[in-house]
Design a protein around this ligand. Structure first.
Ligand code: ADP
Ligand code: MG
Length: 327
């Protein structure tokens, strides 16, 4: 379960402002808490729209989830080291984009991280570091460069036997983008998809003002960094406040450095603003692995992407062009 309900949408639920009103529904989707907000003329209209978005998110989950035996992703994983698997164009392209993010982040982001997950648990208990041999063997089975794509046949082949892919760091962002696009295509003028903290907005509130989101301080959840306008953009936070492991009392996040097989430490949370939730989601995870200095260096080179990093000592680091109006 994703824990970062740290970004909260502030809106007046169901209170009519002009002719249109804001309607919000809380949902359990992709093993996480979601909520969807739409601006509509009536509750009935809003319900129809939200149902459509839910159906779309469930469709995506059934396609990409590595937890579902029947998904195409599971089929790819079962055939690791054996044979290529034919997949839908949509999944093929998601994997292509994931590999591109691996390249930009020098392997910090890697959907084939999943081979290492069986040796760590992230339920907050104090644990011993697993044997270095076990870690090294799992790291051997990680590596985006061993994901073999054949565009002509639309096949994916994991060339190493124990390889496994998973979209834990990008899938919810992707689903949020797709649900948003579907609602826009269906005529919804304005709304918010909150995919367990991956916030994605379009349009404005019925009073003409932009949607506002609050980024909570991971050191003290009762506090936030204030409200930010979010206009047709996404903001995603990855944090280590609930899903983590303790080694000698020190807190490590559930985000793994694919190159060493070790969980990451040193950062409490990473918030990324981007035009798309998918990119923001993947980059928030990546900055955790890259650390503050390299993370900022990379983010500063990507147009329209900004970040706020909260380090373990509570200090903040932000990208060079961070320009979000705080209200
Ligand atoms: P959240 O748990 O809040 O969704 P993230 O978006 O940062 O946080 O995703 C963390 C998840 O991503 C992990 O639970 C795991 O499934 C996956 N993951 C962990 N390390 C990596 C990595 N280096 N690259 C890609 N995915 C990762
Ligand atoms: Mg992520």
């Amino acid at each position: 379960m994703r824990s970062k309900i740290l970004i909260t949408a502030f809106c007046l639920i169901g209170i009519s402002v002009q002719s249109q009103s804001i309607f919000k529904r809380d949902l359990g989707l992709m093993g996480s808490k979601f909520d969807i907000t739409v601006v509509a003329n009536s509750k009935e209209e809003a319900n129809t729209y939200i149902d459509e978005a839910v159906e779309e998110i469930q469709r995506i989950e059934n396609l990409i989830s590595s937890w579902k035996f029947t998904s195409q992703t599971s089929k790819i994983n079962r055939n690791a080291g054996l044979k290529p698997v034919k997949v839908d164009c949509e999944l093929f392209q998601l994997i292509q984009r994931s590999i591109n993010i691996s390249k930009i982040t020098d392997g910090a982001f890697d959907i084939s991280f999943a081979a290492i997950y069986k040796i760590w648990n992230f339920n907050g208990e104090d644990i011993e570091i697993p044997d270095q041999d076990k870690i090294s063997a799992s790291v051997e089975a990680i590596g985006y460069e061993h994901i073999v794509l054949n565009e002509v046949n639309s096949t994916v082949f994991l060339s190493k036997k124990d390889m496994k892919i998973g979209f834990g760091a990008i899938g919810k962002g992707y689903a949020a983008d797709k649900a948003k696009q579907l609602l826009i295509d269906n005529g919804v003028v304005s709304g918010i998809i909150n995919a367990s903290g991956d916030m994605n907005t379009w349009g404005v509130q019925p009073n003409g003002k932009p949607w506002k989101v609050a980024i909570t301080n991971p050191m003290d959840k009762s506090k936030s960094y204030g409200l930010f306008d979010l206009e047709n953009r996404a903001v995603v936070t990855s944090g280590n406040y609930e899903k983590f492991t303790l080694i000698d009392g020190e807190r490590y996040s559930h985000i793994i450095d694919p190159r060493t097989g070790m969980p990451t430490k040193g950062i409490l949370s990473v918030t990324v603003f981007a035009p798309k939730a998918e990119l923001a989601d993947a980059l928030a995870t990546s900055v955790f692995v890259m650390g503050t200095d390299i993370g900022l260096h990379i983010i500063n080179q990507i147009p329209e992407v900004e970040t706020i990093i909260v380090k373990s000592d509570g200090s903040l680091a932000t990208s060079t062009h961070l320009n979000i109006s705080s209200k």
